[in-house]
Design a protein around this ligand. Sequence first.
Ligand SMILES: CC(C)(COP(=O)(O)OP(=O)(O)OC[C@H]1O[C@@H](n2cnc3c(N)ncnc32)[C@H](O)[C@@H]1OP(=O)(O)O)[C@@H](O)C(=O)NCCC(=O)NCCS
Length: 302
Amino acid sequence: MHKVETPQSEEEFEAYFDFRWQMLGSPWNFPKGSERDEYESVSEHRFIRDQNGEVIAVGRLHFNTPEEAQVRHIAVSNDLRSKGLGKLIVSALEAVARANGVQRIVTNSRDTSIEFFESCGYEVDGNPTVELGVLNRQQMIKRLTEMNAIMLHPAWCSELQKTWHETIPITEQMGIKLFQYSGRTLEARASLNKNVNLHGTMFAGSIFSLATLTGWGMIFLQLKQLGRDGDIVLGDADIHYHKPLTLTPRAVCNIETLSAKFAVLDKGKKCNVKLQVDILDGDTPVAEFKGIYWVLPPRKEE
Ligand SMILES: CC(C)(COP(=O)(O)OP(=O)(O)OC[C@H]1O[C@@H](n2cnc3c(N)ncnc32)[C@H](O)[C@@H]1OP(=O)(O)O)[C@@H](O)C(=O)NCCC(=O)NCCS
């Protein structure tokens, strides 16, 4: 699973800026050094590294005013694009903006990344500008509302949250809430206080429920994305608890763990879906859930 981190050491910052230059400066023959500007020391920086510690995605956020933040210098390795890493970085930066009470985020998008930002919920705002003589840019804006700040497809996410609470009322008692949906990753969180056991850690049964619902939710959202319908049920599941959960219960399902042939639903057949949900305590992985679900095709009207 990919993890968004904040560069800390001098070495990490060197690798972060070097990657930014390789991706965003070097292809345009901009000199080394041009990738940095006067806002670096007051900005929020995020990166993702692979299992060898190599930087594979970066992004930056700075504050133009207390109400407005700006996303800049987003880049993902050429061979790892369209896997959701760009969106992961943007949503991590948006979380920082949100935590700082920002009302809107702007970005000056290159022509080639307009569709990417649109899929993150940004809209073109204003006329194209020409920067550094060569790059056409469009200002884009996203106003942070309660739902869209953290959710792609806020209407589907509200429906999912409502479905959980209305059809399985105990989810509300457990404080289970959707936290973030990026299109590729779904994160749900639960209240530790409401699920605590006699050891002061999270009750294993609650962890299982949180994981089951997160996987269920991911399938619900994928069906929406595909314009398909069906009843989702859990068929089998396997969970490994590695460590106790003592702080912040998080369940994360990444679309890359999901395998299914949803097209069989169109033939009136049930569809098997396998996926993985990682349970984290803050940033620490504590349990791993592998679920096998079935999507039952909608019943035909008599
Ligand atoms: C733009 C960039 C950061 C996107 O990163 P990425 O990891 O490939 O994007 P993701 O996989 O998170 O894509 C998220 C969504 O954007 C869409 N998208 C991404 N790049 C796109 C493109 N070039 N054209 C159309 N859609 C695109 C994807 O289809 C995806 O949609 P979905 O979630 O509905 O499936 C990456 O292509 C990049 O590094 N480009 C070069 C640098 C750059 O232009 N940076 C922006 C500076 S302004």
